[in-house]
Design a protein around this ligand. Structure first.
Ligand SMILES: NC(=O)c1ccc[n+]([C@@H]2O[C@H](COP(=O)([O-])OP(=O)(O)OC[C@H]3O[C@@H](n4cnc5c(N)ncnc54)[C@H](OP(=O)(O)O)[C@@H]3O)[C@@H](O)[C@H]2O)c1
Length: 299
């Protein structure tokens, strides 16, 4: 294990995927990690500690980012136990698939509640501690879907575009107070995200979008399942926390997906839209018989 770094890091969404990889990697590197999820704290701590050397410092707190009282209580537990907080890595979140027209109000509220307002609650609860210390880092996990609207992931993209705006504004407000705000924009990674994706209830055979949605979703899921495991994101988070001057945003993932972000900045809007329509098989009038979707690369 590397030399102990005494920094205290709270990781949300630490029971699975990107958050879990970050919690384990940072604890192995000597950070004092507080792993948060909605699961009972003792259960999560036990599962993660079993994968760590005995000298690692990993504690757990129960936190539902949808509930302000839960976020504040967990933050108080961290501050009481550790006496400080150096960084927060906001990973809690989920996806939703379905046509925008088919999305009900409560489905839209649910994803904004967690992905946008959950991130806001956690940052808001951490900021008084970071301001008092005159130092700290807030890492917000956004998505490449927060840089470009993805078909049939409209509310997910909306939640991540909103996280991007929140982070840009917050960064300017707190920089003079010693607090750094960093966005991470992952492309497709293999995590629990794909199986947990909510599906818009009205995305059934009655929907005008049913066939196009199923074709696009098959491409999306194949790309996610074919992605890397999330350890590279955990190593990136470590580099960010150790950097004296981290950038505002880091895009990470398969090269074609990172290139798509650049392509969007240079192509006319309609031309870029055509590329995405082609990639997500939106041009076919009905599914090609026997060759549903094989999930190629974005580009
Ligand atoms: N995987 C990808 O390809 C990808 C790409 C771009 C961006 N992202 C983003 O990366 C972040 C992490 O996703 P992942 O891929 O690691 O997915 P994941 O494996 O499904 O993990 C999601 C985590 O979020 C937690 N969570 C969900 N709702 C919560 C809530 N209300 N309160 C507290 N915790 C909550 C879950 O914990 P419990 O359910 O145990 O509470 C779980 O630990 C998300 O923001 C996602 O949008 C993922």
């Amino acid at each position: 294990m590397a030399a102990r770094n005494p920094d205290v890091v709270l990781v949300t969404g630490a029971s699975s995927g990107i958050g879990r990889a970050c919690a384990l990697h940072l604890a192995r590197q000597g950070f004092h990690v507080f792993a948060a999820s909605r699961r009972p704290a003792a259960e999560l701590a036990g599962q993660l500690r079993a994968l760590l050397p005995p000298s690692s410092q990993l504690d757990s707190v129960t936190m539902d980012v949808d509930a302000d009282a839960s976020v504040r209580s967990a933050m108080t537990q961290v501050e009481t136990a550790a006496g400080r907080l150096d960084a927060v890595v906001n990973c809690a979140g989920f996806g939703i698939g379905g046509a925008i027209e088919d999305t009900a109000d409560e489905e839209a509220h649910a994803i904004l509640q967690t992905n946008l307002l959950g991130t806001l609650r956690v940052c808001r609860a951490a900021l008084p501690i970071l301001r008092r210390q005159g130092k700290g880092t807030l890492v917000l996990v956004s998505s490449i879907g927060g840089r470009m609207g993805l078909p049939f992931q409209g509310l997910y993209s909306a939640s991540k575009f909103a996280v991007e705006g929140l982070a840009e504004s917050l960064s300017m407000e707190v920089r003079g107070l010693g607090v750094r705000v960093v966005l991470i924009e992952p492309g497709d990674f293999q995590t629990g995200f794909t199986d947990r994706r909510a599906r818009v209830r009205a995305s059934n055979e009655e929907s005008a979008y049913h066939e196009a949605f199923e074709r696009a979703l098959a491409v999306i899921e194949a790309d996610e399942r074919g992605g890397s495991t999330p350890e590279p994101i955990a190593r990136l988070v470590e580099r960010i926390l150790l950097s004296s001057r981290p950038r505002l945003r880091y895009t990470i993932g398969p090269l074609p997906e990172r290139l798509a972000v650049h392509l969007k900045s240079i192509l006319p809007g309609r031309a870029f839209e055509s590329v995405l329509r082609l990639y997500y098989r939106l041009n076919a009038s009905r599914p090609a018989c026997g060759s549903h979707v094989s999930g190629g690369r974005r580009g």
